[in-house]
Ligand binder design. Structure first.
Ligand code: NAP
Length: 238
């Protein structure tokens, strides 16, 4: 399993739970030297956890990460496109530049699209060869209900919601493109969970969110390809 943004939040929890159930994990982070929680996990699981540098916004970094993963394996069973930013992320431009009409900022809006929408499809494209060699391969894209047109929850405003809506469309097309190789790709809403993006008031713990998601991922079949699911495995309207 390869996970992006594995140094904190849901990505770190995915890594923890996947290791606990016996999986072989490539946990990526843009700054592994400061990924102390990941490093702590590695001490107990050095045989099944490899930490890899990956800044998802940088095509060269994506290629370098592929080279590094390929030194260890020629097959991936699961890719989890998890890394993302929101107005809560330091350096994102905050709600002023991403959410508020009157102060919306071109470069902040393009940056959130680059990280949340474009990076996942470029990463999925880059890792396609390894996924094609995987066992019942799956691509899991962490989206948000805030990217749904039919759920009226504009809490994060323009930049975040539009980036997840764009991710959904990229991955809807990708899912139909790769089903011929037996790859099942879905977009999943993790619920509102207590992370840097979710904030302290979120009702779900990362443990609950990821526990539910892993159960849902395990149950995926070809018929689920291209679907929008939540952390309980239930369908979300587009
Ligand atoms: N928590 C929720 O309630 C919620 C709800 C719906 C969807 N989501 C989605 O869940 C996913 C995980 O978010 P989270 O809640 O766990 O928030 P988080 O704690 O802020 O984690 C975000 C992760 O993405 C990484 N990241 C950001 N930009 C990156 C880049 N350019 N290259 C590589 N990694 C990068 C961060 O790394 P750094 O530490 O280096 O910044 C961090 O590891 C996101 O896609 C988010 O949109 C979360």
């Amino acid at each position: 399993v390869l996970i992006t943004g594995a140094n904190r939040g849901l990505g770190l929890e995915f890594t923890r739970q996947l290791l606990a159930r016996g999986d072989r994990v490539f946990a990526t982070a843009r700054d592994p030297e400061h990924a102390l929680d990941l490093a702590n996990l590695a001490t107990g699981h050095s045989d099944r956890l490899t930490i890899i540098k990956l800044d998802v916004s940088d095509p060269q970094s994506i290629e370098d990460s592929w080279n590094e993963v390929h030194r260890h394996t020629d097959a991936l069973d699961i890719l989890i496109n998890n890394a993302g930013i929101s107005p809560n992320t330091p350096g994102s431009g905050g709600s002023e530049k991403l959410s508020r009409l009157g102060t919306l900022d071109m470069s902040a809006l393009l940056n959130i699209l680059r990280i949340n929408s474009v990076a996942p499809i470029i990463i999925a494209q880059g890792y396609l060869d390894l996924l094609r060699n995987g066992r019942s391969p799956k691509v899991i894209n962490i989206t948000s209900v805030l990217g749904s047109f039919t759920q009226r929850t504009p809490a994060h405003g323009y930049g975040y919601s539009a980036s997840k809506a764009a991710l959904n469309m990229y991955m809807r097309i990708f899912a139909s493109d790769v089903l011929q190789y037996g790859i099942v790709s879905v977009v999943v809403h993790p619920g509102w969970a207590r992370t840097r993006i979710g904030g302290a008031n979120a009702p779900l713990s990362p443990e609950e969110s990821v526990g539910g998601l892993l159960k849902a991922i395990e149950g995926l079949t070809r018929d689920d390809a291209g679907r929008f699911l939540d952390w309980k495995g239930e369908g979300v309207t587009w």
